[in-house]
Design a protein. Structure first.
Length: 269
C-alpha cells in the first residue's frame, strides 16, 4: 500500500534570522494528527503542517466549510490562535484560513517567486502591531443636537405650527430627511476627525466597511471601522488618544472599541 498523500497547510511566513533568536516550538497542527514544522527557503521560513489531501482537497474542503459548522468554528479559531501566538514571537506575514499547497515544491516555488515582495513586507511590518477601532453611535443625543443646529432646521420646526395639517405632514417629512442627512454628516465628520488624529500616530491605516447590527449584535449602530499598523512604541499613545476621545464624547452617545494587537492581516494583502 502506498504512503498516504498529504497537502501543506500554511500558517504564515517569518524571517529565518528571527528563528535563531527565538527557536521554533512545534505545536499540534490543524488536523491534530501532524505537528507544525518549519521549512526554510533562503531567508524565508514557512510555518506549516501537513494535512490529509482527501480532506483538504478543493471540493471536499468547500463542502466541509459549508456543512460542518462545528469543524469550521474550531478550525478557524485554531488558525487564529496560532497566528496570535506566532505574532508575539516573530515578524509574521499571516496566511488566510485554509491556505493550502499541494506539495512542498509548489510552496517553495511560490515563496521564491514572491521573495522580494515578502522581504519588503517584513521591513514594513517589523516591530508593528495591527489595531482595530470601531466607533458606535447612539443617534438620539446627536439627533437632539442636530435639531437645534444648524439654525435653519430649528426655524423650519417653528414654522410648522403656522401651517395647515396637510402641509405640516409634507414639510415634516422634508425636515426629517434634512435631519437624517445632517445626522450622517455630523457622524462622518466626527469619525473622520478621530481617524485623522490616529493616523498621525500610525504607520499605515485602512478604512473598512462598518458592520450592520445583524453582524455586531449590538443596539448601537456602527459608524466607523478602521485598522492601523502601529509601531510597538506608539501603541500606548494610540490607546491613550482613543481613551481620551472616548471620555470626551461619551455624554454625546459615542462608544469606542479598540482591539488588538493582531497579526498584520490588513497590511500584507
Amino acid at each position: 500500500m502506498g504512503q498516504k498523500e498529504n497537502y501543506i497547510y500554511l500558517y504564515g511566513i517569518v524571517p529565518v534570522y528571527e528563528l535563531d533568536k527565538t527557536p521554533f516550538s512545534p505545536f499540534a497542527g490543524i488536523d491534530k494528527e501532524h505537528n507544525a514544522a518549519i521549512a526554510t527557503y533562503g531567508d524565508i521560513a514557512a510555518i506549516y503542517t501537513e494535512v490529509d489531501a482527501e480532506a483538504y482537497e478543493g471540493e471536499a474542503l468547500e463542502s466541509r466549510m459549508k456543512d460542518d459548522l462545528e469543524w469550521l468554528q474550531e478550525s478557524a479559531m485554531h488558525h487564529h490562535e496560532v497566528l496570535l501566538s506566532l505574532q508575539k514571537k516573530y515578524t509574521l506575514i499571516p496566511m488566510k484560513f485554509c491556505t493550502i499547497y499541494l506539495t512542498q515544491d509548489s510552496l517553495e516555488e511560490k515563496l521564491r517567486e514572491q521573495a522580494d515582495i515578502i522581504q519588503n513586507l517584513f521591513i514594513r511590518i517589523k516591530g508593528s502591531e495591527e489595531w482595530n477601532l470601531k466607533i458606535y453611535c447612539d443617534d438620539e443625543p446627536l439627533r437632539e443636537h442636530v435639531l437645534q443646529h444648524p439654525p435653519c432646521i430649528k426655524e423650519k420646526m417653528q414654522e410648522l405650527e403656522s401651517l395647515s395639517p396637510g402641509r405640516q405632514f409634507f414639510e415634516k417629512r422634508k425636515i426629517d430627511q434634512l435631519v437624517e442627512a445632517e445626522l450622517e454628516k455630523e457622524k462622518n465628520q466626527f469619525c473622520e476627525q478621530i481617524h485623522a488624529e490616529l493616523t498621525e500616530i500610525a504607520s499605515e491605516e485602512k478604512i473598512k466597511t462598518a458592520w450592520s447590527k445583524d453582524v455586531t449584535g449590538r443596539d448601537l449602530e456602527m459608524s466607523w471601522n478602521s485598522v492601523y499598523l502601529i509601531q510597538a512604541d506608539q501603541v500606548e499613545a494610540f490607546l491613550d488618544l482613543v481613551q481620551q476621545k472616548k471620555e470626551e464624547s461619551a455624554s454625546s452617545g459615542w462608544e469606542f472599541e479598540a482591539t488588538g494587537p493582531w497579526p498584520a492581516y490588513h497590511f500584507v494583502y
